[in-house]
Write a protein that binds this ligand. Structure first.
Ligand code: PLP
Length: 417
């Protein structure tokens, strides 16, 4: 298998991109096998240049940097729209880089979770990411609804760990008349399952509900066609597969049919105001058409700069090639684990290529934390989610087949005794 990993890397047209990132070192001073891009993507080598350019503009131009310099700050976020839209399957005006994920989720729910007495409920998946659940429960309570009775959480069938599309659609149809919002992940953070978003969005809209997506683990990972799927809104963060750096600027998608309606209810701020008259400093809010009309504040340039570097790598690598490699690399890691780990290990992530991104979630019910420590000592960087899930994500832009092999060998050794 070693030869076969080397041959696959040699034949991989994307292999050179691995050297465009900084890789952390392991305890022995070797390049670690970094399989944690689902949590924090690696730093592009070019990120520092983009940050330094803005520090230089601030140093040398000060307030003039709003209008001068390589990327004037007034429209700094706008340069991120086209590359984000390409990954989201959206028009450039349907996306905006702003805030962070949970903030954006609240802003989107202000606009698109409009519960009535007849239609108050929100449908999410059981074991949703805690921040999403906190945000949703607080929105329900804010509107005077008890989350205990108005939050519907769909669990996998007994004995299963992933959701079935047909169960999601049945639930949407059954609960349809009382559903205000269906809010689901593109890729579930714990299991790595990618949902059939086109089918789910169609079912939600047919039921008269709003469909919102959390793409924290999906953007930059799985193919998205938000506009064509008729998704109402979506939110994401910039620091997982987008490689934008810790706490990077997040983003939002608002479908064109909402963006075109100035009366759409929202929380307003001056950066969402019509660009032509923003600095007239008038008293009345007039939103920019499209997703930018949901901005509150001027963009955090220093936390957005690395995203320029990262999205330029996506552009050059080409997402279709990245996805093809992602499928091959994830399948390779799965096969290597299945072949090498004595007695096998349960992999929670679905096997079908269209039902996962690049993350594999492994259930390690006994000795899990010890196994995780051994992996870490062997230079394999994944993460551990209590009580028993090990997550490993081979990322196509910076991981190699040899990384997947080294991880599977280390896992076999870590579980072996
Ligand atoms: C990573 C992640 C978040 C993080 O939220 P922040 O507001 O960026 O801190 C939220 N939800 C999901 C599903 C995530 O995966």
């Amino acid at each position: 298998m070693t030869a076969d990993a080397a041959a696959l890397d040699a034949a991989d047209p994307l292999a050179p991109f691995a050297d465009e990132f900084h890789h952390p070192l392991d305890a022995a001073g070797r390049r670690a096998v970094y399989l944690c891009g689902h949590s924090l993507g690696l730093q592009p080598r070019s990120a520092a240049r983009y940050v330094e350019e803005e520090l230089a503009a601030w140093r040398d131009l000060a307030v003039r940097g709003h209008h001068e310099g390589p990327r004037p700050w007034i429209q700094y976020h706008e340069g991120l729209s086209a590359p984000l839209a390409a990954l989201a399957g959206a028009g450039a005006a349907e996306v905006v880089a702003m805030n962070s994920l949970t903030v954006n989720l609240h802003l989107m729910m202000v606009s698109f979770y409009r519960p009535t007495a007849q239609r108050p409920c929100v449908l999410i998946e059981k074991s949703a990411f805690p921040s999403d659940r906190y945000a949703i429960c607080s929105q329900l309570a804010f509107h005077g609804f008890d989350p205990a009775s108005h939050l519907i959480e769909l669990a996998p069938r007994p004995g299963e760990c992933c959701l079935r599309t047909e169960d999601l659609i049945d639930t949407i149809e059954r609960e349809g008349s009382r559903l205000a919002l269906v809010l689901l992940p593109g890729v579930q953070y714990l299991t790595g399952q990618a949902l059939d978003l086109a089918a789910i969005a169609a079912a939600a809209r047919a039921a008269g509900a709003v469909i919102g997506l959390d793409l924290a683990h999906a953007i930059g990972n799985t193919p998205l066609e938000l506009h064509d799927w008729n998704v109402d809104f979506a939110v994401w963060c910039g620091y997982k597969y987008l490689n934008g750096g810790p706490g990077a600027i997040g983003g939002c998608f608002v479908h064109a049919r909402h963006g075109a309606m100035p009366a759409a209810p929202r929380f307003a701020g001056w950066w969402g105001h019509d660009k032509g008259s923003r600095f007239m400093m008038g008293p009345d809010f007039e939103p920019i058409p499209g997703a930018q009309g949901w901005q509150l504040s001027n963009p955090p340039v220093l936390s957005a700069a690395p995203l320029y570097a990262a999205l330029d790598i996506f552009r050059r690598a080409d997402f279709r090639r990245l996805r093809a490699k992602s499928i091959a690399l994830t399948a390779y890691l799965r096969a290597a684990i299945e072949r090498l780990v004595p007695g096998g290990v349960e992999i929670l992530t679905p096997r079908a290529a269209d039902a996962h991104g690049c993350q594999l979630s492994l259930r390690v019910p006994r000795g899990g934390t010890r196994c995780f420590e051994r992996l870490t000592a062997a230079g394999i960087v994944g993460d551990w989610r209590e009580p028993d899930v090990l997550r490993l994500a081979p990322v196509p832009s910076y991981n190699r087949f040899a990384d997947a092999l080294r991880a599977a060998e280390a896992l076999a050794a870590a579980l072996g005794g």
